[in-house]
Design a protein around this ligand. Structure first.
Ligand code: PLP
Length: 402
């Protein structure tokens, strides 16, 4: 019997490399190996108790049925006031979309807008999912290299040069996965000036890490810096990262009512609505006590300092200090060309990842998965103990190279 033939659009897509990395760690652990896992893309903290209690209360109150496609009223209110607080602008229900995570909303926004031949500007290093989400809808990702000298961020000149008549979107992710880089208000204003000259270009602002910042809080929002672009922006956020709720699958987005209606139509025909229980929990996360956010950010800040100091001492590694998120992008160009004790030459960042996995039992992700070869992404959403042990293991493995 021949297997079901898959649609071309699925064949064009790659599996998410971060999901694949997590799977590899699970396999190694299942085979009995102890792995220090620095691939983790989610907080290591548990969801705060008051949020869990809200979910239990929602179930007890019978909130166990389908909801409106743009969410239960308390969640909508919480999103509207959160967005008003963040941007100084007011929004209405007709601009709200909710989904099973920010990821699903980005997917649906692209599905709603991208036709074959449309281009989407994706600054690299990028979050692994953006290019594939563009490709699956028949669009063309236009990857723009943003090097370390630009703090891995898109410059106005590079934006201007990448725009064509076919450009539909530019994706801005701040704070960024995988680099932790954050656009300043001035940098956003400079990009907005370019965008003002190109009214056909829309901006997808992925702000999922907006609360996890170490210097300037809150992290600047394009919407407040350039409110005149409002009709062309889709701002995506969620509760996964700030409130340690990755498994609850709840994200939200704010956009022009026409775009919001299109996304809601797709949502209504695919999943009807996200979980009613997660919606109730998210409403409390967004509008309730915010101490958890401050405490977890303080913890990430301390861990960032530890990892940065330890890896800075390793010859051949060049960590870039992140301004937000719980990721660090570590240059490994200095290790390429070196010989392992087994006699193999490290030719690529992927070779470095495999070497560290084998010799130090430390799992990292290759920068090439993020469109930036010669780097490693490490996550510091794990205990100080694991971070210290991993850094020591990396230092030892690197010292063994010739
Ligand atoms: N956007 C970025 C940049 C991310 O790193 C992630 C998760 O890793 C997401 C979106 C997805 O968030 P959610 O859990 O809300 O789908």
């Amino acid at each position: 019997m021949s297997p079901i033939a898959l649609a071309d659009r699925v064949e064009r897509m790659r599996e998410s490399p971060s999901v694949a990395a997590a799977q590899r760690v699970r396999e190694l652990r299942a085979a009995g190996r102890e792995i220090l896992d620095l691939t983790i893309g989610e907080p290591d903290f548990d969801t705060p108790d008051h949020v869990k209690s809200a979910a239990v209360a929602a179930m007890d109150a019978g909130l166990t049925k389908y909801t409106a496609v743009n969410g239960i009223p308390v969640l909508r209110e919480a999103i509207l006031s959160r967005m008003a607080e963040r941007t100084g602008l007011t929004f209405t229900d007709s601009e709200i979309t909710i989904g099973g995570g920010a990821k699903q909303l980005i997917f649906l926004a692209l599905m709603a807008t991208v036709d074959a031949g449309d281009e989407v500007i994706v600054p690299a290093p990028y979050w692994v999912s953006y290019p594939d989400m563009v490709v699956v809808h028949g669009g063309t990702p236009v990857v723009v290299d943003c090097g370390e000298s630009d703090r891995f961020l898109l410059t106005p000149e590079k934006l201007e040069a990448a725009i064509t008549p076919a450009t539909k979107w530019v994706i801005l992710n701040s704070p960024a996965n995988p680099t932790g880089a954050v656009y300043s208000a001035a940098e956003l204003a400079a990009l907005a000036e370019v965008l003002a000259r190109h009214p056909h270009v829309n901006v997808l602002c992925d702000e999922i890490y907006d609360e996890i910042v170490f210097d300037e809080a809150p992290c600047p929002a394009l919407l407040s810096v350039a409110p005149e672009l409002r009709d062309r922006l889709y701002v995506v956020n969620g509760v996964s990262k700030s409130y340690a709720m990755t498994g609850w699958r709840l994200g939200y987005g704010i956009g022009h009512p026409r775009l919001a209606a299109a996304i809601n139509k797709l949502q209504s025909q695919s999943s009807s609505c996200p979980s009613s229980i997660s919606q109730a929990a998210a409403a409390v996360a967004l509008s309730g006590d915010q101490e958890f956010v401050a405490e977890s950010v303080a913890s990430y800040r301390a861990r960032r300092g530890i990892v940065f100091d330890l890896l800075s001492e390793v010859d051949g590694l060049t960590p870039a200090l992140p301004q937000g998120t719980f990721y660090m992008f570590v240059g490994c160009a200095g290790l390429l060309g070196k010989r392992t004790p087994a006699g193999d030459i490290l030719k690529t960042d992927q070779d470095v990842v495999l070497y560290l996995l084998d010799h130090a039992a430390v799992a990292t992700i290759a920068g090439s998965a993020y469109g930036a070869p010669s780097y490693l992404r490490i996550s510091f959403a794990t205990s100080e103990e694991v971070l210290r042990a991993a850094a020591a293991g990396i230092a030892k493995a690197v010292a063994a190279l010739a």
